[in-house]
Write a protein that binds this ligand. Structure first.
Ligand SMILES: Nc1nc2c(ncn2[C@@H]2O[C@H](COP(=O)(O)OP(=O)(O)OP(=O)(O)O)[C@@H](O)[C@H]2O)c(=O)[nH]1
Length: 268
């Protein structure tokens, strides 16, 4: 394990993000000659499934990123657990993974830190970088509340899936995702990622419901696609995400564009 002794965070509330990168993957994909593409797809999908199961066990949310680079929001993940995940990958796959962990007030900052730490440990195509695990000397990740926005397209089935060529539907959803993710990253330090179908999940700092309304409006103006969003807040991404999904159900039931205020439910 490599620790970064120079960094200490006087943070009181923060998000922990882990960046997982397959070691020296580019060269491996063409050694000794270009490997069969479907074998690579199978490897990547399997690795993400294992990663999602690992992150799920700690109450986090995993995102497939670019598959060779995946990330997770996991405020409750003990950095030592990452070593177990690295061992599991080493034992099951023909590749190894390195991991950078960041802890910061916003999810974007945290992923930025994780990226910088991994980059400092060696290039993604450095044959000598194997299973680096780079964390700061932060306090244990007893971090803070996570805010999750779970977005989807209003009536994607009626307006797109049942009417248009599937490639055009995919492109429309990709356009909406890109607009939303770029806007939330730029304006609100949030990480948004496509998760399947017409669903996009955003991990956000403590931003008000108005911010989500602004994001939906931005996507509508830029792409003509109407989104709705449920907002949740909790000590883990999963707790917040469950609340967000319930809130999204309310949008579907009531026709509201936004539901949930990102506040913790009152104690019974
Ligand atoms: N990842 C993920 N995908 C989902 C979820 N719910 C639905 N989907 C996907 O989204 C697709 C569209 O489902 P809906 O969003 O319910 O369909 P819709 O026509 O937009 O209906 P409304 O959302 O009620 O407007 C489904 O086929 C699934 O692929 C979810 O909670 N998570």
């Amino acid at each position: 394990m490599i620790t970064d002794p120079l960094v200490h965070y006087p943070v009181t509330t923060a998000t922990q993000v882990a960046l997982i990168q397959i070691d020296d993957y580019g060269p491996w994909t063409v050694t000794p000659e270009p490997r069969r593409e479907m074998d690579l797809q199978y490897l990547q999908a399997s690795l993400f499934a294992d990663f999602a199961a690992f992150v799920d066990g700690a109450g986090g949310y995993a995102f497939y990123g670019r598959f060779d680079n995946m990330y997770a929001v996991g405020n409750e993940i003990d950095p030592a657990d990452f070593e177990r995940f690295q061992r599991r990958v080493r034992n099951r796959y023909p590749v190894t993974v390195s991991i950078g962990v960041g802890l910061a007030e916003s999810p974007v900052e945290a992923l930025g830190e994780a990226s910088e730490r991994l980059q400092a440990a060696g290039s993604a195509q450095d044959g000598n970088r194997r299973e680096a695990l780079v964390i700061g000397d932060d306090e244990p990740a007893d971090t803070g509340m996570v805010t999750v926005g779970h977005f989807d397209v209003v009536d994607v089935t009626g307006s797109l899936t049942d009417r248009e060529n599937a490639i055009d539907v995919s492109l429309a959803i990709r356009r909406a995702t890109l607009e939303l993710a770029t806007y939330l990253r730029t304006e609100y330090d949030s990480l948004a990622h496509f998760v399947g179908g017409d669903n996009i999940i955003a991990i956000c700092p403590d931003i008000p419901p108005q911010a989500f309304d602004n994001a939906i409006e931005h996507v509508r103006v830029e792409t003509d696609i109407e989104l709705q969003v449920g907002i949740g807040r909790g000590p883990t991404a999963q707790a917040a995400g469950e609340q967000a999904k319930e809130a999204l159900e309310q949008c579907r039931a009531t026709g509201a564009r936004i539901h949930g205020d990102g506040q913790l439910p009152a104690d019974d």
